[in-house]
Design a protein. Structure first.
Ligand code: ADE
Length: 528
């Protein structure tokens, strides 16, 4: 494959609401010499990004050294061998270099399927340096120039991204929808659901730091992913560690994360999975968010109207994306239900938007799933957040929508938690989870009494119902009540909640008649 015709290709920011197949955007410079000595993290120095010709192609990088080290960056179809090797790691979201044994020369390959993911290249620890120090020294000025150029390019992209991301965009994010498309539809996204285990025999150079979360099946650590020979250069990541007998939970979550179409700004970013045989542990490596989970955040912070809209809107966008069977750009995707939505399973990002995490109980809703398969999934979740039909095991298993409706109920409780800490709509009390004190352990039987027999829901203070702003009363309040309706069919969808948040985010708390009119107008065509 040549790079003719690719050189001047740039990303097209076009988003059509029709079906299409998305080709991968990769670094594509074919072969270039490099100062990279196959340790730590290397930049390819390739400044050409190209849309792969064939939608089946993934991003690939190879490093080899036969006297002069070179890096090859290309697109390649993983169904075909590359330098005689089959690519097994192409569903990774980063390029984890793996040494190919038995070659004449020192040879490393990696593949991945995320935008421009074949740069930088992560090499396993403990590889010999192949370049003499004198050569390295002579390359220092060039390296500094490259770092400056890369930083400038990064800043430019960040700047452009922020400009493109208007806060009021509804559903479609130009950055995500970008890239190029062909006419034929990808009828099934199973290709994206390939094995994303880090197949490297060498494990990622990760140093565990402190424990930041403890779940039913696993513990989550903050950790450092080393990015060079020194200890100073690292990227913070989160590592979820499962004991060996929790293989099934690790596998479920890894399978959910392995779907490339799950990627979304409001879903925790997955890096890779590792089978740490020697330690008898399974790892999932993801992005790290230092603000921690939403429950911790709400316990420590009182929020204003803007934060309420940001947290609530992004939560709804995450759930809507999970439930959708198309991405916002129209690509086919398997709908997923979370089944354990709660404020502990929502992380707060540095920009105060949310992302969903902990997919250990999640379910991929294939069209081909039989009621038996669905029935086997059982009553799962956390009693406090369980919808009435889940509490009494009466979910309509014939209808996959019923799983989504149960998620919407749980999401309503989380939205209530967010509202309860907002000082723009009334007095704020100390944080309390829905249905009582944090320490109380609520079992299924007591929740049945409250939620089914007594039809109890978290308290809506009078200050919310009597609020003068239509934004609060009409949207937040009625939306929450419609999401936790006893009748699952009467609940609104997560996508509808996204649209309502889209409308109110811009509408500052106000009683202006004009604004009431705007909201009423929207109500006519949005999700009723
Ligand atoms: N707790 C659980 N997962 C986390 C993550 N990825 N970042 C920060 N805290 C977490």
């Amino acid at each position: 494959m040549t790079i003719t015709g690719r050189m001047n290709q740039f990303r097209y920011y076009i988003c059509l609401s029709v079906s299409f197949r998305l080709a991968q955007l990769c670094r594509f410079c074919d072969i270039e010499s490099t100062a990279c000595n196959a340790t730590g993290v290397c930049e390819s120095l390739c400044n050409i990004s190209s849309i792969c010709e064939n939608p089946n192609e993934v991003c690939v990088s190879a490093w080899r050294n036969k006297g002069n080290p070179i890096i090859e960056t290309v697109c390649h179809n993983p169904a075909l061998p590359f330098h005689g090797q089959y690519l097994t790691d192409y569903n990774n979201s980063v390029c984890l270099m793996k040494q190919v044994k038995g070659m004449e020369e020192d040879f490393y390959i990696c593949s991945c399927s995320q935008e421009e993911c074949n740069d930088p290249l992560f090499f396993p620890d403990g590889v010999e340096r192949n370049l003499p120090p004198v050569l390295l020294v002579s390359l220092v000025p060039a390296l500094i120039a490259v770092v400056v150029l890369l930083s400038a390019f990064y800043c430019y992209r960040l700047f452009r991204q922020q400009n493109l991301k208007a806060p009021k965009t509804k559903g479609i994010d130009s950055e995500t929808c970008a890239i190029i498309m062909s006419d034929d539809d990808r009828s099934d996204s199973s290709s994206a659901n390939a094995n994303s285990l880090n197949h490297n025999t060498e494990l990622l150079p990760i140093q565990l730091d402190v424990i930041v979360g403890k779940g039913r099946f696993a513990e989550v650590y903050r950790a450092k992913l080393k990015q060079g020979a020194t200890d100073e250069s690292f990227q913070m990541v989160a590592v979820k560690i499962f004991p060996y007998d929790e293989y099934a939970s690790w596998k479920t979550e890894w399978e959910i994360f392995s779907d490339a179409e799950l990627r979304h700004e409001n879903v925790l970013q997955f890096l890779t999975a590792e089978d740490r045989k020697a330690e008898r542990r399974y790892w999932l490596i993801t992005a790290y968010h230092e603000r921690g989970n939403l429950q911790e955040f709400l316990t420590q912070h009182v929020i204003g109207w803007d934060e309420l809209c940001r947290l609530g809107g992004s939560l709804a966008r995450g759930v809507a994306h999970l439930h959708a069977d198309r991405t916002s750009c129209g690509r086919a995707k398997v709908a997923i239900v979370h089944r354990d939505l709660k404020s502990v399973n929502v992380l707060v990002k540095s920009d105060l938007s949310c992302c969903l995490c902990d997919f250990g109980l999640s379910l991929r809703l294939h069209n081909s799933m039989s009621p038996e398969e669905l029935a086997n999934s059982g009553q799962v979740g956390t009693a406090r957040y369980m919808a009435p039909e889940v509490l009494e095991s009466r979910l309509d298993l014939e209808n996959i929508e019923s799983f989504k409706q149960a998620d919407v109920y749980s999401m309503a409780l989380v939205l209530w938690e967010i509202m309860s800490r907002c000082n723009a709509i009334g007095d704020v009390r100390e944080y309390e989870p829905p249905f009582g004190k944090l320490k109380d352990h609520l079992c299924v039987e007591s929740m049945k009494d409250d939620v089914i027999r007594d039809r109890l829901r978290p308290e809506i203070p009078a200050s919310w119902t009597n609020h003068t702003s239509p934004g609060v009363v009409v949207l937040c309040l009625s939306t929450i009540e419609e999401c936790w309706d006893h009748d699952p069919e009467a609940r609104v969808t997560a996508q509808c909640v996204v649209e309502r948040f889209g409308e109110i985010s811009s509408a500052v708390i106000s009683t202006e008649p004009k604004m009431i009119w705007i909201i009423e107008m929207k109500y006519e065509f949005c999700c009723f």
